[in-house]
Write a protein that binds this ligand. Structure first.
Ligand SMILES: Cc1cc2nc3c(=O)[nH]c(=O)nc-3n(C[C@H](O)[C@H](O)[C@H](O)COP(=O)(O)O)c2cc1C
Length: 229
């Protein structure tokens, strides 16, 4: 009997040990998962930032910022290039042709010295009969094809620099929309546009615009966008 009891006890002990060993040997599916599932090589290593798209620098070079009906010409006179820059911005903004007024006898810096009472420009200012300035070319090619004409000039003593008058007197503006613009140190457009309009006697002249010498291309574009052409 003792022997039977000993055998039963041994068997019970063996089954108990087997059961314990089975529980401990099984891997726990959740063990380590708190880290293993959420971090992977793909999502743990930060991807290098993609280089950003080049910024849009084309705006200041974009022609046709404002479509204008028909053909447009930008005419200008400029002694020291300020008005020339504005003329270029306008032409660029609307895709217009450009025509420079060039005096047969260009103004040198001595000629332009308004502080000298004896300079060319001072003498012309003092004596209106001296202000007739002959131009290399005063009628643009295909003039009749243009529907809209911008006319730019520097302000001299409050009015349009006089090479501009030669151009205005030499052309027929019938059927054209004319938009004066000028540059100056401080004076406004004043009567300059009105006086040119009277000289021309034809055309639909709009009020026009004065720009500070050295005005930016964006300033000019804003003006163009506000025009009802
Ligand atoms: C002879 C002369 C007269 C000028 N008179 C005026 C004037 O009355 N008022 C003004 O604000 N600027 C005056 N200026 C400055 C010019 O209008 C200004 O510098 C203009 O932007 C020049 O344009 P440009 O570089 O296209 O020639 C005068 C300049 C010169 C040379």
């Amino acid at each position: 009997m003792k022997r039977i009891l000993a055998i039963l006890f041994s068997l019970t002990l063996i089954f108990s040990l087997a059961a314990c060993s089975g529980q401990n040997g099984e891997s726990n599916p959740s063990s380590g998962s708190s880290t293993g599932e959420s971090i992977s090589p793909e999502n743990s290593s930060a991807q290098p930032e993609q280089p950003s798209e080049p910024s849009d620098t084309a705006s200041s070079e974009t022609p046709n910022a404002k479509p204008v009906e028909g053909k447009t010409l930008v005419v200008y006179y400029s002694a020291t290039n300020n008005t020339e820059a504005i003329a270029g911005y306008i032409a660029n903004a609307i895709g217009a042709d450009i025509f420079e007024l060039v005096p047969v006898k260009p103004y040198t810096s001595d000629d332009l010295d308004w502080t000298n009472r004896d300079s060319r420009v001072s003498r012309e200012h003092d004596d209106e009969s001296l202000r007739t300035v002959e131009l290399e070319k005063s009628v643009p090619d295909n003039w009749e094809e243009y529907d809209t004409v911008f006319i730019g000039y520097p302000i001299w003593w409050g009015i349009a620099a006089w090479p501009t008058d030669t151009f205005v007197k030499s052309n027929d503006f019938t059927g054209k929309t004319v938009i004066p613009f000028c540059t100056s140190s401080s004076s406004g457009l004043g009567q300059s546009g009105e006086l040119l309009k009277e000289e021309s006697g034809t055309g639909n002249w709009l009020e026009g615009q004065r720009f500070q010498s050295g005005a930016s291309e964006d300033t000019v574009k804003e003006w163009i966008l506000g025009l009802e052409l």
